[in-house]
Design a binder for this molecule. Structure first.
Ligand SMILES: [Zn+2]
Length: 171
């Protein structure tokens, strides 16, 4: 999947987390940012990806050590990140957004013919029964659908909060 699809899916996951936990506005924005960051993180192994270009050196090191779509697209890496976030006492809403974003990335890549090394260090390529070409029509449609979905969830959340305020007015 393209970076756009991963980011838009992270955006949707972030808005859903906001919709579930109803945090304040600052926490809401941070939650969406963290979900998007989580959805980009696995591609740190790819020097030409959005996150790879930003953290070039780290990206090259990861690439040399593990190769593309291996360790950073595995259950092991997700588990290690989850443990790290728990160790530094990350609030639940941030934890859910970040790990949710990461999981969405791995699942989306499992929808491509190449699959991912989900069970790394086992050298097994895992993919879902249906696959789509990266950058193809389905990829683009997914990105659009996720963006619309996320925008809708935010819109509903804002309207709800506005209505709540209105209803609790003392008259
Ligand atoms: Zn990937």
């Amino acid at each position: 999947m393209t970076g756009k699809t991963h980011i838009s899916c992270g955006f949707l996951i972030g808005t859903l987390a906001v919709n579930y936990y109803h945090p304040d506005i600052f926490t809401s924005i941070t939650t969406v940012v963290l979900a998007v960051a989580g959805s980009m993180l696995p591609d740190i192994c790819h020097t030409q990806s959005k996150i790879g270009r930003r953290f070039k050196l780290l990206s090259i090191i990861v690439r040399i050590l593990f190769g593309h779509r291996t360790f950073t697209h595995s259950l092991l890496f997700t588990l290690l990140m989850a443990l790290l976030l728990k160790t530094i006492h990350t609030p639940e809403v941030y934890f859910t957004a970040f790990i949710g974003g990461m999981a969405s990335h791995i699942i989306l890549d499992m929808l491509t013919p190449r699959g991912v090394k989900l069970l790394y260090p086992l050298p097994l390529s895992v993919k879902l029964p249906i696959q789509f070409k990266t950058g193809g029509m389905v990829d683009l449609s997914l990105a659009t659908a996720f963006t619309f979905g996320g925008t809708y969830v935010i819109f509903r959340e804002v309207i709800n909060q506005w209505l709540n305020q209105f209803i609790t007015l003392p008259f």
